[in-house]
Write a protein that binds this ligand. Structure first.
Ligand code: HEM
Length: 512
């Protein structure tokens, strides 16, 4: 054993023992009943009960045993799992003054992302961020970017025509270029561009390395983050240092790009330029300017969800050709052979709408949303929910609840229609995939519009089908997904075949 390990490993053990003794002798929190849940072990709580890769599966299994609201413990942290849309609405929406904070954690500081809206505790700073997001990305603002989504979709279609096998890369570029244009007015043409490279790497490191369960562990044992990477399980020390570096670059570089362009009078319209030009309060100028910079850098948290949703859509189209053909028949019955769809056609394409909804439901890309935290004690249906509890809405279960959805594992857009043939009443404002209460996703209007444009454009021009091997046999696709805060399909193959020469011609005619 190398000398640092000889020093470090006993100190881990000692810390664990001291912590366990301290908790054992700590005054008992409360005699009131927590919601039902699995029996915790001393010190570890229920850590060993949980599928660490896919915790939402464990939480869903607990639904059957313990009901819609479950209490468990992770290393002394109280955790409430909500396995029901109704209970999530009752607590996270209706009691949002209690359920809108985020877990206190050393992670933000360690990884240099403490400024990010998604990690801020409920309070004045977070409120300023949300006001800015509302100003810049609310429904009307999201609609004002329609021409932008369409122009990026044309580039996506050209890329699919040229190199269809690189579809993952093209989808990522589509989402990243919309995010960078809406946020900074930056024209992104390659994922390797210097302004976007640091932020994409940062998002990947955070997504793959920091599910809430690991977050809980680091909160209890922050020193783990300082261990060298060779100590088992402590690779995040290296990741944390890299994230701090990337985070600083992502915060400053694109913001300075906008400031410079504004000074030169050449800035294009964007969230940052809109917000900066509306700044009037001399007194709070510095504070407001800092908030604009932080909000803008936070907007990129939506990139992995949006890209994963489009990849899930292509997987669903590969696996469910009937749904695909129905959507294409609807598009073809509305539009002439050489016309590409745009946002004005949306209301006339209900089946396409159902395809988008079903994509968000079928394989939740954010299965546990982001954890909320209570800011004071609460009582719900006689159960005690303590201040500081981590509250996780299990979106995966809600989307796969078989009392709500017949055969939930099947991709079936028809389920979003009533018996009279009209779409069910499921407004975007209350769509579960985008979270709950005051912490609901502020980018959902942009996400919804950009996803719809990409999906309808792809189906208007292409047929997505199983790839064939050398013997002409279809290569099967398994719907398998990554672990992590955001789930995305594991690499899969499909053929993306042009199905309309005249629409392809129309695409080629549009200038880059
Ligand atoms: C398919 C696309 C997307 C999905 C499924 C999604 C989903 C979510 C979810 C589930 C949350 C947590 C809500 C909660 O805590 O209850 C969230 C938060 C957030 N999202 Fe999105 N999102 C998407 C796209 C976007 C986009 C495009 C942006 C920005 C332009 C964005 C920005 C944010 C931010 C800043 C937060 C943190 C809000 C806060 O803590 O107050 N998201 N999103």
């Amino acid at each position: 054993m190398s000398p640092p390990a000889i020093i470090l490993l006993p100190s881990i053990l000692l810390s664990v023992v001291v912590y366990a003794i301290a908790r054992h002798h700590a005054p008992k929190k409360n005699k009131r009943a927590f919601p039902p849940g699995p029996k915790p072990l001393p010190f570890l709580g229920n850590v060993l009960d949980i599928d660490s890769e896919r915790p939402w599966l464990t939480y869903s299994a607990w639904r059957k045993q313990y009901g819609p609201i479950v209490y468990c413990q992770l290393l002394g942290q109280d955790v409430i799992i909500i396995n029901s849309a109704k209970v999530a609405r009752q607590l996270l929406d209706r009691r949002s003054s209690i359920y809108s904070s985020r877990p206190a954690s050393c992670i933000g500081k360690l990884f240099g992302i403490e400024f990010n809206t998604a990690f801020l505790p409920y309070g004045p700073e977070w409120r300023i961020h949300r006001r800015m997001f509302h100003q810049a990305l609310r429904v009307e603002a999201a609609e004002s970017y329609q021409a932008l989504y369409l122009s990026k979709a044309v580039l996506l279609l050209k890329n699919f025509l040229d190199t269809p096998d690189d579809f993952e890369k093209h989808l990522q570029l589509y989402i990243a270029s919309i995010t960078m244009a809406v946020t900074y007015g930056y024209e992104l043409t390659s994922l390797g561009a210097p302004l976007v490279k640091p932020v994409s790497e940062l998002v990947r490191l955070l997504n793959d390395g920091l599910p809430p369960e690991r977050n809980a562990m680091l909160t209890v044992f922050p020193f783990l983050a300082y261990f060298p990477a060779w100590v088992p399980g402590a690779a995040f020390a290296r990741d944390a240092a890299r994230c701090r570096e990337l985070s600083l670059k992502s915060l400053n570089d694109p913001f300075e790009y906008v400031r410079k362009n504004m000074a030169a009078g050449s800035a294009t319209r964007s969230m940052v330029s809109d917000l900066l030009s509306q700044l009037s309060d001399e007194q709070n100028y510095a504070q407001e300017e800092k908030a604009i910079k932080e909000c803008a850098a936070s907007a990129y948290v939506g990139e992995p969800q949006s890209a994963a949703t489009l990849s899930t859509f292509l997987m669903a189209m590969t696996l469910y050709p009937d749904a695909q053909q129905r959507a294409q028949a609807e598009i073809d019955s509305l539009l002439a052979e050489n016309i590409l769809p745009d946002c004005s056609h949306r209301a006339s394409l209900p089946y396409m709408e159902a395809v988008l909804r079903e994509t968000l439901r079928w394989n939740s890309v954010a299965p546990l949303a982001l954890p909320h935290t209570t800011s004071s004690d609460d009582i719900f249906e006689g159960y005690f929910i303590p201040k500081g509890a981590m509250v996780m809405p299990n979106i995966w279960y809600i989307h796969n609840d078989d009392s709500e959805y017949n055969r939930p594992d099947v991709f079936n857009p028809e389920r979003h229609f009533n018996a009279d043939g009209a779409l069910t009443d499921d407004p975007l404002s209350s769509r579960v995939a985008f979270g709950f209460g005051r912490r609901h996703c502020p980018g959902k209007w942009v996400a919804d519009a950009s996803l719809w444009v990409a999906m309808v454009s792809i189906l208007a021009l292409f047929r997505v089908e199983k790839r064939r091997d050398g013997n002409g046999r279809a290569i099967e696709v398994e719907p398998r997904f990554t672990a992590g805060v955001v789930r995305r399909p594991l690499p899969f193959s499909c053929s993306i075949v042009c199905r309309s020469a005249s629409r392809a011609h129309a695409v080629r005619l549009v200038d880059d």
